[in-house]
Design a protein around this ligand. Structure first.
Ligand code: FUL
Length: 469
């Protein structure tokens, strides 16, 4: 038994471990860039392009660049809103499936340079870079592999074009934290006037390894997203909900972006060969792009909070999309909801009810942790001398050593000190949040019922989340 005294509370931390038959340590661990990315937790997607002006989700590729004409475009407003919302960065749709480039690419006429915006002299990526720097945000880019405008799409020449554009983004706009490769591709389009359907072999056409090499060459700290990684994978749906069981490991070499039924990998693979954690992408509105008809369909604060719990709280990161409107601004309603979520996040997480003094379990540092030796039962039990009202427990594995917990049980002690089991779950990984009925708690216990190997708990926290309508 070990006992820690933490601040106002006297916490008894009990570790029980049985007959350690030390299984082999799991070798699959995150890279430094993946660890840094995991710490970001919450950041913005911005879908803004020609579709904003045609009221579409997927442009055909024949839209005139002259349609792109935001009247009040202000990337400072985007960055200020994202910053105030507690987000850590912005990923912009530099080019969506319609092929329209938000920067004056040297390789196409289908870009802002032929639009009336800033008299054709504008560069949205450059403006966003300056705004991200001003507000201390990271910047990332989305470059759609599918291009319904380009005449060469489907041939070898298009791959060169794609890489040329990617190189512009990788070399002209400062450090990028993430490069986003969408899995949707192939089908009908304008294709330089051909107006036909073009199918590509998603496994081989893009020759992804050589494109990935460009990102590593010019932006070695950036993580790459696609359905299948290589660094981050799709969560498997666009609703904002990660799987209850989420392994950050995957048999990466047997999957590829755009694979049919990719959602079957939402749980990951327990014995996967590579570390490829999930990212949960979801829009604050039904569509990814702005539609005035959805002004009254912006997700409520309660919905966003539920999404947060089920993404960040399920071993994932949350990429929340903001459909910038025709003015070039984040709409007032969206801003209001984002600030509502921020109020909820602050009110909930400002105080760890079991962390009023230094401890390896409450210092927000994954490099200090509690080791639970292998065996049949591992239990962390924390007694509080003063009862606290709580409804949320959060726990983190020290994932730099891999992900090990296979199943767990969570208990709270009532005012008489009796422990009752209020939750049973599977994986933990970077962070698992468990909600339970609001009650006065005199202790909490977290029991690992199955583990692949030695478990290292980096953080535990207890909170009282305000009730939302
Ligand atoms: C999907 C795209 O087809 C949507 O338009 C959107 O960009 C979303 C984030 O990814 O695959």
């Amino acid at each position: 038994m070990r006992t820690f005294y933490i601040g106002l509370f006297s916490l008894a931390l009990l570790l029980h471990s049985c007959a350690p038959a030390a299984p082999k340590e799991q070798a699959v661990v995150p890279s430094a860039r993946q660890l840094n990315w995991q710490d970001l937790e919450y950041y913005a997607f911005v879908h803004f392009s020609i579709n904003t002006f045609t009221d579409k989700e997927w442009g055909f590729g024949d839209e005139s660049p002259e349609l792109f004409n935001p009247t009040e475009l202000d990337t400072d407003q985007w960055a200020r809103v994202a910053k105030e919302a507690g987000m850590k960065g912005i990923i912009i749709t530099a080019k969506h499936h319609d092929g329209f480039a938000l920067w004056p690419s040297a390789y196409t006429e289908h870009s802002v340079k032929n639009s009336p915006w800033r008299d054709g002299k504008g560069d949205l990526l450059k403006e966003l870079r300056a705004s991200c720097d001003k507000y201390g945000l990271k910047m990332g880019v989305y470059l759609s592999p599918w291009d319904r405008n380009h005449p060469d799409y489907g041939t070898e020449a298009y791959i060169t074009y794609y890489r040329n554009q990617l190189t512009e983004l990788l070399t002209q706009y400062g450090p990028l934290f993430e490069v986003w490769f969408d899995g949707a591709n192939g089908g009908d389009g304008y294709y330089g006037g051909a107006n036909e359907s073009r199918k590509v072999d998603k496994l081989t056409y893009y020759d992804w390894p050589n494109t990935h090499a460009l990102v590593r060459q010019y932006q070695p700290d950036a993580v790459m997203f696609s359905d299948a990684g290589p660094d981050i994978r799709w969560v498997g749906n666009e609703k904002g909900y990660a799987n209850q069981t989420t392994w950050s490991t995957l048999y990466r070499d047997s999957v590829y972006a755009g694979m049919p039924d990719f959602d079957r990998f939402s749980a990951g693979q327990e014995d996967g060969t590579h570390w490829v954690p999930t990212e949960t992408d979801v829009s604050i509105r039904p569509g990814w792009f702005y539609h005035a008809s959805e002004d009254d369909k912006v997700k409520t604060v309660a919905h966003l909070w539920d999404i947060y719990l089920n993404s960040v709280g399920l071993n994932s990161n949350l990429l929340l999309n903001l459909p910038v409107d025709r003015r070039g601004l984040v709409h007032e309603t969206d801003v209001e909801r984002l600030m509502g979520l921020k109020t909820q996040l602050d009110a909930t997480f400002a105080q760890n009810l079991i962390a009023s003094a230094p401890s390896e379990l409450s210092d927000d540092d994954r490099n200090t942790f509690e080791l639970l030796q292998s065996g049949d039962t591992h239990r962390i039990e924390i007694e509080l001398t003063t009862p606290v009202e709580a409804n949320l427990f959060s726990i983190q594995e020290a994932i730099q050593f891999g992900q090990h917990i296979q199943s767990f049980r969570f208990f709270v002690a009532d005012e008489s000190g009796n422990y009752k089991n209020v939750y049973e779950g599977t994986t933990v990984g970077n962070k698992r949040m468990i909600t339970f009925d609001t009650q006065f708690v005199t202790g909490v216990a977290f029991e690992v019922t199955e583990a692949k190997s030695t478990v290292r708990i980096a953080e535990v926290a207890l909170h009282r989340a305000p009730d939302l309508e």
